[in-house]
Design a protein. Structure first.
Length: 317
């Protein structure tokens, strides 16, 4: 693996997914950054904006498996992880794998599942394995969860606690495509959906190679200090009730390595970190009630944080 080969493979993935998901290049890149950084993605968006298509496009682009779970209040942990079933022919129990055993798992409306089911899913995300009846089974590698939630229909939902939101590497709100992109979607899917003919450009083994190589991307000491200063700066902000954790700092570093590698570099620049601050930290921060009453926002708090944080010089992005 070389920096140029990493960049070529990553760009090929982006271009292939963009055949299906039009006008959302930045969001597609960030989802793929999360995949290679061994993280997960929370998508907060309206129905019909391409979340299922995004999961299918990524899975087909890496020649991986995909599955989908529609969360409802009666969904059980076993509906996700799997359960033992009795085989009358052999008079024995055998394990029936749940949808979590896939490379790309789309979890629709995760906030409609009960806390017990949410916890089971998030444990699988964190541990990369499930335990049923005392037997532990490893999940496929790579493994990416794309969880979605609707920002408007909140009746009958169970919002994810902050400790569980912290398990997602990035949170994105792609929104609707612009006019030109939406026209392109209509034209390319006029007679047949593009997703039906989408071919893989790499395989899962190649993704694992990208993951291994990204782990070796150098993070200079000034960039390490910048990551820590940003995370610690959130903890002392009077507008924030909950700041970024150490897990958030590690997430910034991991995502920064992949973002740098995707641009053919072997060193993380400060600009990589600055680019990732909002998608990586935004969902981990909680405003104080007073800040909410005066119409403050997490994005505004991050902007103030970036304005007062010293960015190291001598490294250019």
């Amino acid at each position: 693996m070389t920096p140029d080969l990493f960049e070529d493979r990553f760009n090929a993935l982006v271009a292939n997914v963009e055949r299906v998901i039009r006008g959302k290049g930045d969001e597609v890149r960030l989802v793929l950054v999360a995949l290679v950084a061994n993280g997960h993605v929370l998508l907060e968006d309206m129905p019909g904006t391409g979340k299922t298509m995004l999961a299918r496009a990524i899975a087909q682009s890496i020649d991986g498996t995909t599955s989908r779970v529609q969360c409802t209040p009666d969904l059980l942990p076993s509906d996700i992880a799997g359960s033992p079933i009795f085989d009358q022919r052999t008079n024995e129990f055998s394990f029936r794998r749940g949808p979590v055993f896939a490379n790309i798992l789309l979890v629709d409306e995760v906030n409609r599942a009960t806390p017990k089911t949410q916890s089971a899913l998030l444990e699988a995300m964190q541990e990369r394995r499930v335990t049923v009846d005392g037997v532990t089974r490893a999940l496929p590698n790579p493994f990416l969860v794309l969880a979605t939630q609707n920002p408007l229909e909140l009746a009958g939902t169970f919002p994810l606690p902050e400790a569980q939101l912290d398990r997602f590497l990035v949170k994105l709100t792609p929104g609707y495509p612009d006019r030109a992109a939406e026209i392109s979607v209509l034209r390319t899917n006029k007679t047949q959906e593009v997703i039906d003919d989408l071919e893989p450009v790499v395989d899962t083994a190649a993704i694992l190679e990208l993951m291994d190589w990204a782990n070796g991307v150098h993070v200079p000491a000034p960039v390490e200090a910048l990551i820590v200063d940003l995370c610690q700066g959130t903890r002392g902000d009077p507008a924030l009730m909950l700041g970024a954790s150490t897990r958030a700092a590690l997430a910034l570093m991991r995502a920064g390595r992949v973002l740098a590698a995707s641009q053919g570099r072997e060193d993380v620049y400060p600009d990589d970190v600055i680019t990732l601050v909002k998608p990586v930290l935004g969902h981990r921060l909680v405003l104080t009630p007073e800040a909410g009453l005066r119409s403050d926002s997490v994005d505004a708090a991050i902007d103030r944080l970036l304005a007062r944080t010293r960015v190291p010089m001598g490294l250019v992005g």
